[in-house]
Design a protein around this ligand. Structure first.
Ligand code: DLL
Length: 435
C-alpha cells in the first residue's frame, strides 16, 4: 500500500505553522541574497529596503521584483548565492525566445527537489510498485532529471527514456511494463494517438501520468485520460524557481498545491505590480525560501493564474494554484481582442477535435489576420467540400461566440500538423517579423 502523503506533517500543517515557517525562511533568504548577490543588494538599496525591514510576510511586497532579463544580464553565474565549488548541478533553459539562462543547485537543493517530486508522485498514488517512464528531456532541461530524483526517492523503478523515438517509447512501455508516464501533455497526446493507431493501448500497463511544462486544458486532460485509460495529473514548475515540482496536483485534480515550505506564491496585476486578492487572475510571482545556490526573490513568471486557500479534500493545506491558462507573453492581441491558445483548445475539444491545432496570426494592410488550422481525425475525416465547409463554419462560429472574433478555420489532414516531443508550438505570430 503506497503512502497517502510523502511528508504528512508539513503537507497538512496549519496556516499558522506555515506562516511562521515562511516568515523565518523569508528573512533568512533576504539576508543571504543581500549579502551574496550584487543585483539584490543594489535593487534593495535603490528601493530603500533592508533585510531587517522584513518582519512579516506582508513585507514581501516591499521587495523589488526580478525578471528573466535579470538572469540574462547576469549570465552565467551573477545571481548564484554560493561559491561555485558548492554547486553540484547546472540546468539551463532557452525559453521560447532569446538567450539561455543557467541555474545551479547545491546538494541540499537537490535533496529538496527530490522530496517535492516525491510528494507529487505520492499524491498521484505512485510508489514502490510503479515503473516510472520518464519521457521528459534529460538535456539541460529540468524536466527529466527533476522528476527522476523524486521517482527514485519513492522507490519506484525508474525508466529514464528521455524524449524522442515514439516507436521505441511504445516498445519500452510494453516490454518493461511502464505504469506511470511523465512527459509534456502534448507528447502524451502524441503517444496516445500512435498507440491507438497501432492498436497497442490495451497492451500497456499504464495507469497514471504526470504531465506539465506547458499549458493544457481540462478538456485535453480528459482526452488523454480516456485514450490511455489513465489518471492524468498536472505538475508545474519553471527553471528559474527550481524546475518541475514547484506545485503538484493531488487526487482531487483541482488545482496544484504549492510547496509552501520552499516557495511563496503571489498573484499580481501585471500592469501595476500590485498584489491581487485570492481568486483574481493575475501574474504568478514566486519567491524561494530554501534554495541555496540560486535563490530568487519575487520572480515574475509571466504565467497567468489564480490561487485559493479553500480546503482541499485530500487534506493537504498548501495553497492551490489553478492551471495556468497561459502566459502574459502567450496572450495574443488580435484586432484588440485578447486571445489565449487555451481558449481555442477548449472550443476544439468540445467540438470533438483533437488538440492538434496551430494558430497563425499575421498583419495584412494594417489589419490582423487570424487563422486556425485544425486537424481532422480518422473518425471525422470527410472529403466532401461542402461537409468540410460546414465544419469549418461551425468552428469559426463557436470561437466567435467565445472570443468575440472569429478566425478563418482551415481543416487539414489527420497527422499533418507537426508533433512535438517536448513543448508544443501552437502559435505562429508573423506580425513581429514585419515590424
Ligand atoms: O517546464 C519545468 C517543468 C518540467 C515543469 C516538467 C513541469 C514538468 P521551463 O522550461 O523553464 O521549465 O518552463 C517553465 O513552462 O513558466 C509555464 O509557462 C510553463 N509550465 C510549466 N508547467 C506548466 C503547467 C519547465 N503544469 C514554463 N501548466 C512556466 C502550464 C506550465 N504551464
Amino acid at each position: 500500500m503506497n503512502k497517502k502523503y510523502w511528508q504528512e506533517e508539513i503537507e497538512t500543517a496549519s496556516r499558522e505553522e506555515i506562516t511562521a515557517l515562511q516568515t523565518e525562511r523569508l528573512q533568512e533568504t533576504v539576508k543571504r541574497v543581500y549579502e551574496k548577490v550584487d543585483l539584490y543588494r543594489k535593487r534593495m538599496d535603490a528601493a530603500g529596503v533592508r533585510p531587517e525591514d522584513i518582519k512579516t510576510l506582508d513585507d514581501l511586497k516591499r521587495l523589488p521584483f526580478t525578471s528573466k532579463q535579470d538572469l540574462r544580464d547576469t549570465y552565467p553565474y551573477g545571481m548564484f548565492a554560493v561559491p561555485l565549488t558548492d554547486v553540484v548541478r547546472l540546468h539551463a533553459s532557452s525559453g521560447t525566445t532569446g538567450k539561455q539562462i543557467v541555474v545551479g543547485y547545491t546538494k541540499h537543493d537537490l535533496e529538496v527537489w527530490d522530496n517535492i517530486l516525491a510528494r507529487q508522485f505520492t499524491a498521484a498514488g505512485i510508489g514502490k510498485e510503479d515503473f516510472i517512464h520518464i519521457a521528459f528531456g534529460y538535456g539541460l532541461f529540468t524536466g527529466g532529471f527533476g522528476v527522476h530524483g523524486g521517482a527514485q526517492k519513492v522507490g519506484a523503478t525508474v525508466i529514464p527514456v528521455s524524449t524522442g523515438n515514439t516507436e521505441r517509447q511504445l516498445t519500452i512501455m510494453q516490454d518493461f511494463g511502464s505504469t506511470a508516464l511523465c512527459c509534456t501533455p502534448s507528447y502524451a497526446m502524441y503517444l496516445a494517438e500512435t498507440a491507438t493507431a497501432e492498436g497497442v493501448v490495451d497492451k500497456l500497463k499504464l495507469r497514471t501520468g504526470i504531465f506539465g511544462a506547458e499549458p493544457w486544458t481540462e478538456e485535453m486532460r480528459r482526452q488523454i485520460e480516456s485514450m490511455l485509460h489513465i489518471k492524468a495529473y498536472d505538475v508545474y514548475g519553471l527553471t528559474e524557481v527550481m524546475g518541475p515540482g514547484v506545485a503538484y496536483e493531488c487526487e482531487a485534480q483541482n488545482g496544484m498545491h504549492v510547496n509552501e515550505d520552499h516557495f511563496i506564491i503571489e498573484i499580481i496585476d501585471p500592469e501595476t505590480g500590485e498584489p491581487l486578492p485570492n481568486g483574481t487572475p493575475g501574474e504568478i510571482v514566486y519567491t524561494t525560501l530554501t534554495k541555496e545556490a540560486f535563490p530568487v526573490i519575487r520572480y515574475r513568471t509571466r504565467d497567468i493564474g489564480t490561487i485559493t486557500h479553500e480546503k482541499c479534500e485530500c487534506g493537504r493545506t498548501f495553497v492551490r494554484m489553478s492551471k495556468p491558462r497561459g502566459r502574459t507573453d502567450d496572450m495574443l492581441i488580435i484586432r484588440g481582442v485578447n486571445v489565449f491558445p487555451s481558449q481555442i483548445e477548449t472550443v476544439l475539444i468540445n467540438l470533438g477535435y483533437t488538440p492538434n491545432y496551430q494558430i497563425i496570426v499575421d498583419r495584412v494592410n494594417n489589419l490582423d489576420t487570424f487563422e486556425v488550422k485544425v486537424e481532422l481525425t480518422d473518425d471525422n475525416f470527410e472529403d466532401s467540400v461542402t461537409a468540410l465547409a460546414r465544419r469549418e463554419k461551425a468552428i469559426t462560429e463557436a470561437m466567435r461566440s467565445l472570443l468575440g472574433i472569429g478566425p478563418k478555420v482551415t481543416l487539414v489532414n489527420p497527422r499533418s500538423i507537426e508533433r512535438s516531443e517536448g513543448k508544443a508550438r501552437r502559435v505562429i505570430d508573423k506580425r513581429h517579423l514585419h515590424d
